[in-house]
Design a protein around this ligand. Structure first.
Ligand code: PLP
Length: 362
């Protein structure tokens, strides 16, 4: 008898998410010094966390023996104030990825389906699978979500639609007009999830919070992992109408976000200067990378986020060869893009080294 005879059957063909390769692993495997390696593989903030967040973390470390505020009162209040919402509109997650899991707990059963774009963030499909739901992957011409086609794909069994805006790994954006037209077509029983992990990098972000205010069946996901530089702490949030948030609250563990993360997130949220600086560096690095790709004759997908998807031939081979030279990027075969790599935007210096190494490898 095997464990598989009694484990949930949908887990059998679930392929685990493969994260960006850690610097330490590469250093160990290749005998390189960690400080000679740069990681441009997980869309992390090259400036690190805000100094104010670091200070806030130091302060709470001495109180680590006390359970965190399970209700996340202060942080949820500050988030709500920032967006002109109420605390009851906010749920915290151990990363916004955890909120994706809450939504699954709340709405998915075997036989249901979830709609995503063909090249959407992989976690949506993984989570659907965990709950025994199917994922309908809708073609995305030019690597842009086709919201009309996604609305047309809705069936009576559809429970959730994910719109990653900008999407990861493509970096593409759908407009306000496309979103409004889409929302006019979505029936009330379908939860629409706007995943806005890269929202703060946009110059003119579409407004999806208006749907939250209108009480539509909408969750907007945001995270402290990207522009805030707190990926290691695992903290993000969802914004939605109070009744929907209340349903999600029932699916979570009592202390799902830790005290250090809550303190850092609160300080980081209020540190606009650090976010502005990060955005400036990202804009500069994106211009540089995309300019270099054009000069090198490489096809790339113009990005609205802090990474760029670029076509290099054998993505896996290029990823490995670059890693040998101390630059970690991300191969994209898991996203059905075997000829592409995704490069996170680092400091200008890191971007320059990355291009240097890419040129050597090609
Ligand atoms: C990085 C990312 C997230 C954030 O994940 P966390 O769990 O908050 O670290 C969510 N959605 C997308 C599309 C992402 O790229």
């Amino acid at each position: 008898m095997s464990v598989w005879d009694y484990a949930n059957p949908q887990l059998k063909d679930l392929v685990a998410y493969e994260p960006g390769k850690p610097i330490e692993d590469v250093a160990r495997e290749l005998g390189l010094a960690p400080e000679d390696i740069i990681k441009l593989a997980s869309n992390e903030n090259p400036l690190g966390p805000s100094p104010k967040a670091q200070e806030a973390m130091q302060k709470v470390i001495a109180e680590a023996h006390i359970y965190p505020d399970g209700g996340g009162w202060k942080l949820r209040t500050a988030i709500a104030e920032k967006f002109g919402l109420e605390r009851s509109n906010v749920i915290l997650g151990s990363g916004s990825n955890e909120v994706i899991e809450f939504i699954g707990h709340a709405f998915l059963q075997p036989g249901d389906n979830v709609i995503t774009a063909k090249h959407a963030f992989l976690v949506y499909k993984l989570m659907a699978k965990v709950f025994g739901a199917e994922t309908i992957e809708v073609p995305d011409p030019g690597y842009v979500h086709d919201l009309d086609a996604m609305a047309a794909a809705i069936t009576p069994q559809t429970k959730e639609i994910f719109v990653a805006n900008p999407n990861n790994p493509t970096g593409t954006l759908v407009s306000q007009e496309q979103i409004d037209r889409f929302m006019a077509k979505v029936p009330p029983h379908v939860v629409v999830v706007f995943d806005e992990a890269y929202y703060e990098f946009l110059d003119n972000p579409p407004d999806t919070l208006k749907f939250v205010r209108e009480g539509r069946n909408v969750i907007v996901l945001r995270t402290f992992s990207k522009i805030q530089g707190l990926a290691g702490l695992r903290i993000g949030y969802g914004l939605g109408p109070p009744e929907l948030i209340e349903v999600l609250q029932r699916t979570r563990q009592p202390f799902n976000t830790n005290a250090v993360a809550q303190a850092a997130a609160l300080a980081g949220l209020l540190d606009q200067e650090h976010q502005d600086k990060t955005k400036r560096i990202t804009d500069e690095g994106r211009d540089y990378l995309q300019g270099q790709f054009t000069e090198m004759g490489l096809e790339y997908v113009p990005s609205y986020a802090n990474f760029v998807l670029v076509k290099v031939g054998d993505g896996n081979a290029v990823f490995k060869a670059m890693m040998q030279k101390g630059v970690i990027v991300r191969a994209m075969a898991a996203y059905k893009l075997p000829e592409w790599i995704r490069i996170s935007i680092g400091t200008l210096e890191q971007c320059q080294r990355c291009i240097q190494v890419l040129k050597e490898v090609l």
